[in-house]
Ligand binder design. Structure first.
Ligand SMILES: Nc1nc2c([nH]c(=O)n2[C@H]2C[C@H](O)[C@@H](COP(=O)(O)OP(=O)(O)OP(=O)(O)O)O2)c(=O)[nH]1
Length: 185
C-alpha cells in the first residue's frame, strides 16, 4: 500500500490513526464495488441490509478466499443485481481507514457500460437508474461525491479516506492515475 501511505502524507497529512493502520503491516480487508454506467446513467442499488444500509451504492462485497478480486466483483454483481458485466474494467482503488478498526479496507472499484440480464431486486439491493446529474450523494457514502466525477469521465483514481463514527468523513486525499503507471503518485 505504498501509494496509500504516500497519499496519507499528502494534503496536510492524514489523522495519525490512518498512518498507523497503513504502516501496521496488517493486510487490508479486500472488497469490490461495481459501477454500471451507460454513459448517461448509473445503476445503483438501494442497500437493504448490513454495512451501508439505507445508502445507494454500486454492487460489491468482500473478496472470498480462493477467488481473485475480479472474480469477486463478478460474483457480487450477479448475487446483488442478477446481471453479468460485458466490459468490466478496473476503475480505481479506494482505501478506507476507520478510527475504531485495526485494519484498512481496500475497495477495488470496477465499471462496465453494458451487461447481460435484467437488473432485479435481491435480498440485499433494490436497483435504480440515476442520470449522471441526479446521483443522490446525500444518500450515499460521504466519500462518493469526490471520486464519482473521476469515475464518470473514466479516469482511473486512487484515494484514501479517514472516517470516524463509521460514516463521518474526517479527511481524504485523491489522485487520478494511469492504471499502467506503477510509479509513486
Ligand atoms: N461507494 C462506497 N462504497 C463503499 C464504501 N465503503 C464500503 O465498504 N463500500 C462498499 C464496498 C462493498 O461493495 C460494500 C460493503 O460490502 P458488504 O459489507 O456489503 O460485503 P458483503 O456483501 O460481502 O457482506 P455480507 O452482506 O455478506 O455481510 O460497500 C464507501 O465509502 N463508498
Amino acid at each position: 500500500m505504498t501509494w496509500a501511505t504516500t497519499l496519507a502524507k499528502a494534503d496536510g497529512g492524514a489523522p495519525p490513526f490512518v498512518r498507523a493502520v497503513l504502516e501496521s503491516g496488517t493486510s487490508p480487508k479486500l472488497l469490490t464495488l461495481v459501477m454500471i454506467d451507460d454513459g448517461k446513467r448509473v445503476l445503483l442499488g438501494h442497500k437493504k441490509r448490513g454495512f451501508g444500509m439505507g445508502y445507494y451504492n454500486g454492487f460489491g462485497g468482500k473478496v472470498e478466499p480462493g477467488e481473485t478480486i475480479r472474480q469477486a466483483a463478478e460474483r457480487e454483481l450477479q448475487e446483488e443485481a442478477c446481471i453479468e458485466a460485458v466490459d468490466l474494467r478496473e476503475a480505481g482503488v479506494l482505501v478506507f481507514a476507520f478510527d475504531d478498526q485495526p485494519v484498512a479496507w481496500e475497495v477495488h472499484v470496477f465499471a462496465a457500460s453494458s451487461f447481460r440480464g435484467e437488473p432485479a431486486e435481491t435480498d440485499e439491493m433494490r436497483p435504480v437508474w440515476f442520470n449522471h446529474e441526479d446521483v443522490p450523494f446525500e444518500q450515499m457514502w460521504a466519500d462518493d461525491q469526490f471520486w464519482y466525477p473521476l469515475l464518470l469521465r473514466r479516469a482511473y483514481f486512487r484515494g484514501v479516506f479517514a472516517f470516524t463514527q463509521t460514516t463521518q468523513l474526517l479527511w481524504h486525499s485523491l489522485t487520478e492515475r494511469d492504471p499502467g503507471d506503477e510509479g509513486c503518485p
